[in-house]
Design a protein around this ligand. Structure first.
Ligand SMILES: [Zn+2]
Length: 124
């Protein structure tokens, strides 16, 4: 059986905060400076989501959402390894996108609560 669900957090980049966002993403991911810049630029130009943090527990998601990192707007919480799309299910109570073959992992209590080892984003 599949283990408890972890979460990723995605967001849109504020157009005038690209430099701050690039710095944060470079610090918090293994991606190269070039691919981070490309991603941030296309987020701004094409209104695309970028990944802010991956493999978080629900507690870490809450603190990230309550202290949105500088330069990001309208954060989205999604079941880890998935991406926000029309095919995903959405739970209103938890503002969470999850795979449509399941029920909301938080409602059904099948999720990781704290995953501090894996926490990638230090809240600024
Ligand atoms: Zn729910």
């Amino acid at each position: 059986m599949e283990g408890p669900i972890e979460f990723d957090v995605l967001g849109y980049v504020e157009p005038n905060k690209q430099v701050e966002v690039c710095k944060l993403l470079e610090k918090n991911s293994d991606k190269s400076r070039f691919s981070v810049r490309k991603e941030v630029l296309s987020s701004v130009k094409e209104n695309k989501l970028v990944s802010i943090a991956v493999g978080l527990g629900w507690n870490e998601v809450q603190s990230l959402v309550q202290n949105t990192p500088i330069g990001f707007i309208s954060l989205k919480i999604v079941e880890s390894t998935y991406w926000v799309s029309k095919e995903m299910s959405y739970c209103d109570s938890h503002s969470l996108y999850f795979s449509s073959s399941k029920n909301c992992p938080v409602c059904t209590k099948w999720y990781v609560n704290t995953n501090s080892d894996k926490q990638k984003v230090k809240v600024l």
